[in-house]
Write a protein that binds this ligand. Structure first.
Ligand SMILES: [Fe+2]
Length: 214
């Protein structure tokens, strides 16, 4: 059989191709999802703010996962990473909701840094109570924005956005706040909490040993 001659250039990767973006940030294209353009634009705007703050909170968890110290190192190291993974799941869900509404989701760190409402932490390490306070403030920022956005979405009939915000974002953030905040309750880690308790323990250790019969 005679081989057909092909142009080898057709198989070459186009490494230097430059194309202009075909949808600019801030625009919304219509998709057949039975929601008005106005409602989609409003939800996209609100979701992008929640997204910027959620990406920041996610990364704050990883920073603290790496930089944590002290007697609770192991469990906080693990807890921070668990919350990081859960925030990463939320990031994907929010970003994809923005795209399916016809919008463009925020993605890159520089754009996130420009828009997030969460205060920038220092580059150095901070003690556990500061780490936790910072995370709690971040959660509250996300929750504040999510409650507002959920209410707006409900008014406009955007049930999907409302459901994502209420069932996923708000519920997950509230749960994580609970787990974190309990670390700030001043209970003792390695010794009794107060003088009278320590005295009680000392008195018991001096008392004659009791024997138990089976
Ligand atoms: Fe790790």
């Amino acid at each position: 059989m005679k081989a057909t001659k092909t142009d080898i250039r057709a198989a070459a990767p186009r490494l230097s191709e430059e194309t202009a973006e075909f949808q600019t940030f801030g625009t919304v294209v219509r998709l057949p999802i039975a929601l008005s353009q106005k409602v989609c634009e409003s939800s996209v705007r609100a979701l992008n703010q929640v997204l910027a703050d959620t990406i920041t909170l996610r990364d704050l968890y990883k920073k603290h996962h790496w930089q944590v110290s002290g007697p609770t190192f192991f469990q906080l190291h693990q807890l921070y990473d668990k919350h990081y993974e859960e925030q990463a799941t939320l990031v994907d869900q929010i970003a994809e909701r923005i795209q399916l509404l016809g919008g463009v989701s925020i993605a890159m760190a520089q754009d996130v840094a420009d828009r997030t409402q969460i205060e920038r932490p220092p580059m150095g390490r901070e003690a556990v109570p500061i780490q936790i306070s910072r995370l709690l403030a971040g959660h509250e920022e996300v929750l504040r924005g999510s409650h507002q956005a959920a209410e707006e979405a409900q008014k406009g009939g955007d049930d999907g956005t409302n459901d994502l915000l209420v069932s996923n974002v708000i519920r997950s953030n509230e749960f994580q706040v609970w787990f974190l905040a309990q670390h700030l309750v001043p209970t003792a880690v390695t010794e009794s909490a107060n003088e009278s308790e320590r005295e009680l323990v000392a008195a018991k250790s001096l008392a004659p040993e009791r024997t138990f019969q089976s």
